[in-house]
Design a protein around this ligand. Structure first.
Ligand SMILES: Nc1ncnc2c1ncn2[C@@H]1O[C@H](COP(=O)(O)OP(=O)(O)OP(=O)(O)O)[C@@H](O)[C@H]1O
Ligand SMILES: [Mg+2]
Length: 176
């Protein structure tokens, strides 16, 4: 696979974030290029999670701005960040325990499904076509991750490693 580093895709410019008197981030700047693997490291309390929360739209900085794919933004809703393709993972696995691997991964497709509740409840025509297309997408991800054997297993019964694989699948399908 070709891995040529490209143009700056995400630019963080002079971001400062404080919680009352606690300065979590002060004048942070960096750029992440297309296909680049970029790591943020630092001691406990350095502000790594806060930085990710700003990029993700969960925290809104008092100063600075983020530019993603050429669009400047001072504030962003987490949902919009997900729609634009900014995926986020958490230390905990954040899955729906009672649901199967397949259904959990399918939740990642919800933001890509446009038909309203009316069509979905009737499960006719466009809604049905849309669901089938998204299901195919999910099956491809399941094949890629080689987790076909746990498709129908409730995630609460899976060992941690497979829960993580399921979580990767939900992210690959678009859920933050
Ligand atoms: N929601 C919040 N309310 C108040 N203070 C916060 C909040 N989130 C983070 N902070 C503070 O901001 C600073 C940076 O915290 P942050 O969690 O971003 O650090 P971190 O680098 O992710 O640390 P760790 O390595 O422990 O995960 C800390 O002083 C923390 O106490
Ligand atoms: Mg952290």
């Amino acid at each position: 696979m070709e891995k040529k580093i490209g143009e700056v895709l995400l630019s963080v410019d002079h971001i400062s974030l404080a919680f009352g008197g606690v300065k979590a981030l002060t004048d942070i700047c960096f750029g992440i290029r297309e296909k680049e693997v970029f790591a943020i490291i630092g001691p406990n309390g350095a502000g790594k999670t806060s930085m990710l929360n700003v990029i993700n739209g969960f925290y809104h900085p008092q100063e600075g701005e983020i530019t993603y794919k050429g669009i400047h933004r001072k504030q962003m809703k987490s949902h919009d960040a997900a729609v634009q393709g900014i995926a986020r993972t958490f230390q905990n696995v954040a899955l729906f325990k009672g649901m199967s691997t397949l259904d959990n991964i399918m939740t990642g497709r919800i933001i890509h499904m446009k038909r309203n509740l009316f069509w979905q409840s009737l499960y006719l025509g466009p809604a049905r076509k849309e669901e089938m297309e998204n299901r195919e997408y999910v099956e491809d991800i399941i094949d890629f991750l080689e987790i076909q054997h746990i498709r129908k297993t409730p995630v609460s019964r899976l060992p941690y490693g497979l829960k993580k694989a399921c979580r990767v699948g939900t992210r690959a399908c678009g859920r933050a």
